[in-house]
Unconditional design. Structure first.
Length: 280
């Protein structure tokens, strides 16, 4: 395995991890099947594009994307999701409808043409004898930092303890005085911010169109389910497996066939390890 192939695997895995991280919190921990997750990624990409169009720099756009994603997630949770806890089919239908509304809204507002996002750095960096695009290395580092921050938040803070308590037994959490609605609201808004942040970070490497979120929704579900629902280490393992397999297969066979083979492998893994590679 060449150094270039290893770096490409890390890049693909980092993209999948960034996109799947918010879903790992909402679906894996909160058991909410958010069909609008891909559109939150799209919102992040369009936000950084809009900031750059008005003269702002890339990192300001990334910060703005996270804020917009959090505000959108907050509005979605308070306006719709909080009335559907315990009704998974209702959540699926509502969030699917929201995803369609976002797609059509972006299409009306920006048109079908791809939007432009300029990477904050250009050129290549010599690593392990390979001249590799500098921004891809930044993306890998960003994925590591975001994942570590999310893990520390969930395991080392009072909020993380409250969230895990609510997930394990909501009734007991309420008896202990934990405001369960507030915990779920903050968790959903935070997961939405991470999804939008992911969209902003991958924007320089993606085709930014209103339907781009659909390309990331299914792979992010594969990552969470294969890695282990409710487990951040599982999300890391799942993104590494799915990303590595896709990258290696793309070198050998057409992309559409490689995606189909990855899906087959994911189904086989879930069949023999229903709780995932790293169960919670």
């Amino acid at each position: 395995m060449t150094p270039e192939l290893i770096l490409n695997i890390l890049t693909t895995s980092s993209i999948l991890l960034l996109v799947a991280l918010g879903l790992a919190i909402v679906f894996g921990l909160m058991n909410i099947l958010n069909m609008a997750h891909g559109e939150l990624v799209t919102i992040g990409a369009f936000t950084v594009s809009l900031v750059q169009a008005f003269g702002g720099n890339f990192w300001l756009g990334v910060f703005a994307a996270a804020v917009v994603g959090a505000l959108f997630g907050l509005a979605l949770e308070r306006g719709l999701i909080r009335y559907l806890y315990g009704r998974p089919l209702g959540v699926i239908l509502v969030t699917w409808g929201v995803s369609l509304i976002i797609q059509q809204g972006l299409l009306l507002g920006f048109g079908p043409s791809p939007q432009l996002v300029i990477a904050p750095v250009e050129g290549t960096f010599d690593l392990f004898g390979v001249n590799y695009p500098s921004y891809r290395l930044i993306l890998i580092a960003a994925a590591i930092i975001v994942t570590l921050c999310a893990a520390l938040l969930l395991t080392r803070t009072r909020f993380g303890l409250d969230l895990r308590t609510v997930i394990q037994n909501r009734e007991v959490a309420e008896i202990l005085g934990i405001d369960t609605r507030r915990v779920f609201m903050i968790a959903f808004a935070g997961a939405s911010a991470i999804a939008a942040l992911a969209g902003a970070l991958i924007a320089p490497m993606s085709k930014i169109v209103p339907t781009m979120g659909a390309e990331y929704l299914a792979p992010s579900f594969f990552v969470v389910i294969v890695g282990g629902t409710g487990s951040l280490p599982g999300a890391v393992a799942g993104s590494g497996l799915i990303g590595g397999l896709r990258t290696v297969l793309d070198y050998q066979i057409p992309s559409t066939l490689s995606q189909a083979l990855v899906l087959i492998v994911a189904v086989i893994i879930v069949r023999f390890r229903p709780r995932g590679l790293v169960p919670a």
